[in-house]
Design a protein around this ligand. Structure first.
Ligand code: MN
Length: 246
């Protein structure tokens, strides 16, 4: 199996080193990741300037690795162009969760989405960061277990995986869409000037069987996703109640 590993935290993140190492048990691994942090860039692509690819062996002993002056989606587009026959793109392990409505901003998930757009299976992996850095050694058995589960079938698919700090088991989940935690908070800079932080606020406990619920309860959350955003129910309703072109 040929595996492309990327992320949105940048090539020097400990999360991508942990993921690349875990991936070597499943096949040939190439790392192609942004040269600087690209978190919350969503599915941005770079089309107004060229991209460059530079060898970057630091933190990837024995694994071929390159850094790119672009976004996570750029890295996947470039990686699958240069390395044909990629079977799966793994993105992460992100330092911070990508759950519920937070998925819309996620560069980690966007890399996996870009893979699926190009006909390759995509898996995004994330874990929350508390006061201390995530313990990737503790997560390793669950990363392996989850990858084993998701790499079993050859079928094309998009998966969003989130690891709690101390996992007990794995759960299939759905996206929690009831609440949104993005918020603007005003503040003052050291010069006394007003500025604004786009930040997140704590949410109510999530509904059972959702991604956020699973992680809040110590389970690894695995959510199968699709790229089709069509609201089928609304489409049917509109065609019936407000017909056009009759
Ligand atoms: Mn990130």
């Amino acid at each position: 199996m040929r595996i492309l590993v990327t992320n949105d935290d940048g090539i020097y993140s400990p999360g991508i080193a942990a993921l690349a190492k875990a991936a070597t048990s499943f096949g040939d691994v190439t790392v192609i990741a942004p040269d600087v942090e690209q978190s919350s860039m969503g599915h941005a692509v770079t089309h107004s300037r060229p991209l460059s690819l530079k060898k970057s062996p630091i933190s990837f002993e024995g694994i071929e690795a390159f850094r790119v002056n672009g976004t996570p989606a750029d890295c996947v587009a470039l990686g699958t162009h240069l390395y044909t026959h990629i079977d799966v793109v793994l993105s992460g392990i992100n330092m911070g969760p990508n759950l519920g409505n937070g998925m819309w901003h996620s560069g980690t998930l966007a890399a996996a989405k870009q893979a699926v757009l190009l006909g390759v299976k995509g898996i995004a992996l994330s874990t929350p960061v508390g006061k201390s850095e995530p313990d990737f050694e503790k997560l390793e058995p669950f990363v392996e277990k989850t990858l084993k589960l998701l790499l079993q079938s050859q079928e094309l698919g998009l998966y969003n995986v989130n690891f709690p700090p101390d996992p007990t088991d794995i759960k299939w989940t759905r996206q929690s869409v009831r609440f949104y935690d993005g918020k603007i908070v005003p503040g003052v800079d050291p010069m006394g000037r007003k500025h604004y932080w786009f930040t997140v606020t704590p949410l109510e406990p999530a509904e059972e069987d959702t991604d956020r619920w699973a992680v809040e309860n110590g389970f690894v959350s695995v959510t199968p996703l699709r790229l089709d955003l069509t609201d089928e129910k609304q489409l049917k309703k509109l065609m019936k109640e407000q017909p056009v072109n009759e």
